[in-house]
Write a protein that binds this ligand. Sequence first.
Ligand SMILES: [Zn+2]
Ligand SMILES: [Zn+2]
Length: 175
Amino acid sequence: MDSFLVYVGDVTHDLGSSIAVTESLILHDFTFNEMVFSHAAPAEVDITVTNTGAGLVAMGSVAATLRTECSRCLEPFDMPIVGTVEAFFTTADKAIDLPEGQEWSPIQGETVDVLPGILAAILVELPIAPVHSEDCRGICPTCGCDLNENRCECPSATEDTNPFSALQALQDEND
Ligand SMILES: [Zn+2]
Ligand SMILES: [Zn+2]
């Protein structure tokens, strides 16, 4: 989906009124930090849009189950995340009175598009390097075997590049 329009016709003229929206959304796959994320299930959105006078504040949560590859062992896995949705909508004439730097999106007729706020809420929850388990051993850089399931006889690349183990090797030689 390219937008998630919420009808706000009932709250735009009524200060303090709000509308609750609960919806399951089928969202696009996306790439972040060169990793592909697909949605293993619809994203569950639960937000409230409130008329604060200056505009409409949308606040709530999005729960998504993202399928991606473990950055260490390359196995696909599902990663549940919960993000906080925050978006502010107003009209161009009211936006003039906003504090400097306050971000806003336009109220489009009697609707607001909450999708950008939902996607942003998901993005900030993504780890730089997703791992299927905190103690994933990854794959051997030499023979490519999955070190979670196998052991190999290859010299460990991490030891070779570790300056302290190199120092240790030198000291061992001098002994
Ligand atoms: Zn892994
Ligand atoms: Zn190996």
